[in-house]
Design a protein around this ligand. Structure first.
Ligand code: ADE
Length: 231
């Protein structure tokens, strides 16, 4: 039977999952905790990576290579770029890019390194499942480009740069690194984020105020998706 990885970056992003799953077995590995569990008859492994691209790459790799996960769902919060996105809204990534990857000095576009690609697309069948879940539950699900970088963005200048360079709709600090790992290892993956702030001057305060509630919105949606994934 298949094993679904569900990862977040912060404890707040996986706690709502751990409250709902069954038969939890905790394993410490590589300075993180991994929770093997079941949900509605499906085998899952849950972990939070810690913030940023390096920790997220490590956790995604461990979920796949050590725990044998054959699909990966990321759940968490993001800063909004697209003005249509408000706090608590859900967005799924069509594709993800690294906004802080910069070797433009050598004539390459932002976000590109040789043998890589600027944007990595998520798995279409997982996106389709998400759309069906949204429809069934009367939820609005936006879809777009998510930009990732090792920066908490709290400036309209930086946000405008990311928007105009990558046409991104939301930004966060892990998704694109998970995309690189899953793409390299041929594991279908999916990234869902609920908006916690608008990456502007007030982002720090909004993030603190809405991290928990938005993380819960995302986690609950992910569990609905797990139910709909074929074993
Ligand atoms: N995740 C949620 N909000 C964010 C922001 N403003 N910058 C980076 N990552 C985020």
């Amino acid at each position: 039977m298949s094993k679904i990885a569900i990862m977040g970056a912060m404890p707040e992003e996986i706690e709502p999952l751990l409250e709902k799953v069954e038969n939890i077995k905790k394993t410490e590995y590589g300075k993180n905790s991994y929770y093997e569990a079941t949900y509605r008859g499906k085998n899952i492994v849950i972990a939070y990576s810690k913030i940023g691209k390096v920790f997220a790459s490590l956790t995604a790799t461990i979920l796949i290579e050590k725990f044998g996960c054959d699909r990966l769902l990321f759940s968490g919060v993001a800063g909004a770029i697209n003005p249509d996105l408000n706090i608590g809204d859900l967005i799924i990534a069509d594709a993800l890019c690294q906004h802080d990857l910069d070797i433009t000095a050598f004539g390459h576009p932002h976000g590109f390194v040789p043998e890589g690609e600027v944007c990595i697309a998520t798995d279409k069948s997982l996106r389709d499942i998400a759309k069906k879940v949204a429809e069934k539950n009367g939820l609005i699900l936006k879809e777009g480009i998510i930009a990732t970088g090792d920066q908490f963005v709290a400036s309209t200048d930086r946000k405008d740069f990311i928007s105009s360079t990558f046409q991104a709709d939301a930004l966060e600090m892990e998704g694109a690194s998970v995309a690189v790992v899953c793409d390299a290892l041929n594991v279908p993956f999916f990234v869902l984020r609920a908006i916690s702030d608008s990456a502007n001057d007030e982002a720090g305060m909004d993030f603190d105020a809405f991290l928990e509630s938005s993380a819960k919105i995302s986690a609950e949606f992910i569990l609905n998706m797990v139910e709909s994934i074929e074993p």
